[in-house]
Structures are given as C-alpha cells and as structure tokens.
Write a new protein. Structure first.
Length: 187
C-alpha cells in the first residue's frame, strides 16, 4: 500500500471514532509512555500539540508541564523551530496547529525525547506523516529517543521508507510498547 492509500485508510478509520474512544486511547497510550524509563529520565521533551484527529496530547501536557520541560514545534518556512511550552504563549499557527510564541528557540541537541506524530507506523518504526517532511528534516540529526504514539489501527504492516525518512525507536499504542530498533530506552 502506498503512503497516500495509507493516509486515506487511516483518516477514514479515525473518522469512525467517538469521543470516548479517543479519550480512552489517549489515556492508555500516555499512561504507558509516562511509565517508561525514557520518560522518567528525560528532562527536555519535544511534543506536538494535537490536532482533533490525532491522539490528544492536551491532558498529558497539562498533567506534566510543571514537572518536565516540554517543547513544541513551530513551522518556519520548510522547517520546524523548537520553543518552550507555555500555555499562555500559544497561538494558532500553520496548518491550524497551536504553536508557541517567542524568540527563545531551542537546539535539538538539548532535547532528550521526541514524541513524534504520524498518520501511521510499521513495526520497523517507519512512519507516514502528513506529507510535508517537517519531522524527517527535524529528526535527521538528533540523538534523542524518538517515540511514536498511535491508535492500534495506525500500526500497519509495511511502510515503504524513502532515503530521507527517519524512523522512530518505539511505537506506543493502547495495546503496548513496540521496540522498533535495537536502541534501549536509555543508552
């Protein structure tokens, strides 16, 4: 299945979810994430501010933002900038995603963990994004642990990876944690 077919299939499946299913799945996934050694040991964590069709990060951010240093991406041309999260400093940015305001960008070298959004993942950690390549460019040179979070149905058999695609180290769904690389939660 090509990436466009995967996007269509997953978008259709997401449209069938009700609010209870969305909330239950997000709670299950982020409960698993917060119990990992990687999360416990990571100080600086890059998250995404969820769109309505994505696993919601809102409750997770609200729960942990006073105990962890969260960062959010902001679109700048063809790339993403990383800025500290502050609820009072968000605006609706590119693609109708809440983005942080300010000039205090952070270098990816400071980030310990990245929670990576995607349309779909496979068991090797390959991902299908929304097609713009923002996260592939961002993750290309980071040593941070990369964790994909998804509904169970977003885990597909095989994704044909392009040379520029960056895989995640783990995928967490409601059903559990899948290690996709030889990397351990803490090197």
């Amino acid at each position: 299945m090509n990436k466009e077919d995967i996007r269509l299939k997953i978008r259709t499946r997401k449209s069938l979810l009700n609010d209870v299913e969305r909330t239950s799945a997000a709670d299950a996934v982020f409960n698993l994430l917060e119990r990992t050694a990687a999360f416990m040991m990571s100080e600086n964590i890059l998250l995404y501010h969820s769109l309505p069709d994505e696993l919601s990060t809102i409750a997770f951010i609200d729960k942990w933002h006073s105990r962890k240093h969260f960062f959010l991406p902001r679109v700048n041309g063809l790339n993403l900038e990383i800025l500290p999260y502050a609820k009072s400093r968000l605006h609706l940015g590119a693609f109708n995603i809440e983005e942080p305001d300010g000039d205090d960008t952070t270098d990816m070298a400071q980030i310990d963990m990245v929670v990576v959004p995607a349309v779909a993942y496979d068991r090797k950690g390959n991902r299908v994004g929304r097609g713009k390549g923002y996260y592939d460019r961002l993750l290309n040179n980071t040593h941070a642990i990369k964790i994909g979070v998804a509904y169970d149905f977003q885990l597909v058999d095989d994704i044909e990876a392009d040379p520029h695609d960056v895989a995640v180290d783990y995928v967490i769904t409601e059903s559990g944690i899948l290690r996709t690389s030889r990397r351990k939660f803490r090197d």
